[in-house]
Write a protein that binds this ligand. Structure first.
Ligand SMILES: Cc1ncc(COP(=O)(O)O)c(C=O)c1O
Length: 409
């Protein structure tokens, strides 16, 4: 039977233990919400200070050239590419995940003109389904929504695009990216992967899996800060054929020629639209230093171990208290989070947060716990299960204050 001392021993032997010092985490807080907003890397404030006080205040507009602001979307994209198995020049940072989804879904649908269906998963993150629905309407396609286990069977010769999230935001259930891509290609469809819950949490290997398109956000496991810009991947073999719909000047072959006609850039820059959110990009770029020298296989191994430990302790302490497991038990089918269901989930999570154990809640009854392997420790898992057990056993959650819903859950 696992003990806290054994958890501490696992931390002492953890090859990623040194990475925790790369983050500015408040003392006494257990942070299990890096799947929603990553913790702040400790080097970011100094970089932001320089960006504000020197590059913006003193460099002024010259900084687009002198401080290398202008090529930041490509430069940061190339750094993210290394974390998701993409090549240099295949990833660019721009806009939000929702906007990038719109761009790639339209572009991909245009590449399969004879086909009239976009296939999505019904339980996908709402923005993915909302955007797919709008793209279907605009392009004259039908939006088909399948249950998670029926997606592959629903791919037929009329499906142009399969739009999926690699790791489900609510359950943490993970698709086999390579196998689903292969099955879609066999049927002649293209696949758009949302990597919001994968990038930075595990190796992804887009090119080994022959992925077509991917999008993802900068503010979860990449730790780029609230509202950090997102990224978009287009496989080199598709670039020439890609016509994305938001044809802004930054996607032009020669933006500073200011010509009347739109000529798309030959490379990944064609996925850009307008001026980059430079301060957000600078924060994201410096946050990526937290991955320096980190082996993503170590990240995945620790993520699996943290998840398995959480489930084992939850089985022992929480299941008899009305909790059920809402994530796959097998690590191979899980991302880097474990979700529990409890009918009083919202109030329980508020009580937990008051004890400085931070996870989050997703309606109607899901408590989410994300494990960012660069800074979450094994003892954190032990301590959060102990806090949860106490809160449920003693009904400490059962107050009006904890039951009152805030706008962000
Ligand atoms: C899977 C997934 N896609 C997209 C988003 C949100 O995208 P955006 O950054 O455009 O708000 C989230 C946010 O949590 C998400 O979990």
């Amino acid at each position: 039977m696992t003990t806290r001392e054994q958890c501490a021993a696992l931390d002492a032997a953890d090859p990623l233990a040194h990475c925790r010092a790369r983050f500015d985490l408040p003392a006494g807080t257990i942070y299990l919400d890096g799947n929603s907003l990553g913790a702040m890397p400790a080097n970011v404030p100094a970089r932001m200070k320089q960006a504000l006080e020197q590059e913006w205040a003193h460099g002024l507009i010259r900084s687009w050239n002198d401080a290398d602001w202008y090529p930041a979307p490509q430069r940061v994209g190339d750094r993210i590419a290394k974390l998701i198995g993409a090549g240099q020049g295949e990833v660019i940072v721009a806009d939000s995940t929702s906007v990038n989804l719109f761009k790639v879904l339209v572009a991909a649908t245009r590449m399969r003109p004879g086909r009239r269906a976009i296939l999505a998963e019904r339980t996908n993150f709402p923005t993915d389904v909302y955007v797919a629905s709008s793209v279907a309407e605009m392009t004259g396609c039908e939006l088909r929504c399948a249950e998670p286990d029926d997606v592959v069977a629903a791919i037929d010769e009329n499906v142009a695009i399969v739009s999926l999230t690699h790791v489900n935001y609510k359950t943490g259930k993970r698709y086999d990216l390579q196998e689903v891509t292969r099955r879609a290609h066999e049927a002649g469809a293209l696949v758009v992967w949302d990597l919001c819950h994968s990038a930075g949490a595990m190796p992804v290997d887009l090119n080994r899996c022959e992925a077509d398109f991917a999008v993802g956000c900068g503010y979860k496991y990449l730790n780029g800060g609230p509202g950090a810009p997102a990224f978009v991947f287009v496989a080199t073999r598709h670039l020439a054929a890609v016509r994305q719909p938001l044809t802004g000047w930054h996607g032009h072959a020669r933006p500073f020629d200011f010509t009347h006609e739109y000529v798309p850039h030959a490379g990944i820059d064609r996925m850009l639209t307008g001026t980059a959110p430079q301060l957000g990009l600078i924060a994201l770029e410096s946050a990526l230093d937290a991955f320096d020298g980190v082996d993503l296989d170590d990240v995945r191994a620790k993520s699996v171990a943290l998840g398995d430990l959480f489930i084992a302790l939850a089985d022992r302490e929480l299941m008899r208290l009305g909790c059920t497991l809402a994530s796959p038990r097998e690590a191979s089918r899980r991302g880097s989070q474990v979700s529990l269901a409890h009918k009083e989930g919202y109030a329980i999570m508020q009580a937990l947060i008051e004890r400085n154990v931070i996870g989050d809640f997703r309606a109607p009854d899901i408590l989410r716990f994300g494990f960012a392997p660069l800074y979450v420790r094994y003892v954190d898992i032990w301590d959060s299960i102990a806090a949860l057990k106490d809160i449920i056993e003693t009904d400490a959650w059962n107050t009006e204050a904890f039951r009152t819903r805030k706008s962000v859950t």
